[in-house]
Write a protein that binds this ligand. Sequence first.
Ligand SMILES: NC(=O)c1ccc[n+]([C@@H]2O[C@H](COP(=O)([O-])OP(=O)(O)OC[C@H]3O[C@@H](n4cnc5c(N)ncnc54)[C@H](O)[C@@H]3O)[C@@H](O)[C@H]2O)c1
Length: 267
Amino acid sequence: MSGRLSGKIAIVTGAGSRGPGLGNGKATALLFAREGAKVLCADQMKERAEETVGLIRGAGGEAFAFTADVTRAAECRAMVKIAVERWGGLDILHNNVGIESRKDLLETPEDEWDRVMAVDLKSMFLATQAAVPAMLSRGGGAVVCVSSIAALRGHGRTAYATAKAGVIGFVRSIAVQLGPKAIRVNAIAPGPVWTPMVEDLGPDARERRRRASPLGTEGTGWDVAWGAVYLASDEARWVTGQTLIIDAGLTLTTREGSLGLPSPGGP
Ligand SMILES: NC(=O)c1ccc[n+]([C@@H]2O[C@H](COP(=O)([O-])OP(=O)(O)OC[C@H]3O[C@@H](n4cnc5c(N)ncnc54)[C@H](O)[C@@H]3O)[C@@H](O)[C@H]2O)c1
């Protein structure tokens, strides 16, 4: 443990993984704890949160599992309350929860649009609204919201790309409001990291995703998690309202097909 988050109290939403392996939320909860934070692992699936907590405790860290659907305001408030009651405050909120929609404009049903907006965007508003009063009573804090490079490039997944762009707008808006109160707010825009969320895309898409970026290597939940450690830590004390792109350089390119979608001329 190198202690970059020593003494901090953190919440990670979606701290479990939807399948075996390592998602972005699980990796972030593990690294936060390894860096010395006490971590409330929130997930709508109890057993997923508990699995992450078990890994943290097994490595000598401190964590607690909490079941919450972060699209519900009352559950977000309960999540913050339990962290404050248990550990005395809150310093870090990592808004990781997100689901995909892979449909284009004409294919997207209204209920799928609404669900993606609720899970990928509204959840961040509700969790942050619940967390800020607790951070204020500690004299400040850090919020990190997981967006996606889908927000930054022309992208066929309409609801997902729109919600993830909304995350960046949300971050910029509240960074200005909360800066004078010593609360920093930043986004991470991961590229096509290989996590349980995308495993159903299959091995061919996995290989296309790997090859698409200038670095040509596969990203994992750890790559996203290290960015989160930085943004959550005091090392980033002068950084707010920013979007940290973690994508092996993919957004620098004009190559297509990199996100596992069939694409004419893609790699
Ligand atoms: N994998 C990629 O290529 C990629 C790329 C860019 C961004 N992202 C983003 O990374 C984040 C997801 O990362 P992950 O790997 O941890 O995903 P994951 O699906 O493995 O885990 C997310 C966890 O969130 C939980 N969850 C879902 N909805 C919830 C809700 N309403 N309330 C509480 N918990 C809920 C799930 O139960 C799951 O355990 C998302 O925001 C996603 O959009 C992923």
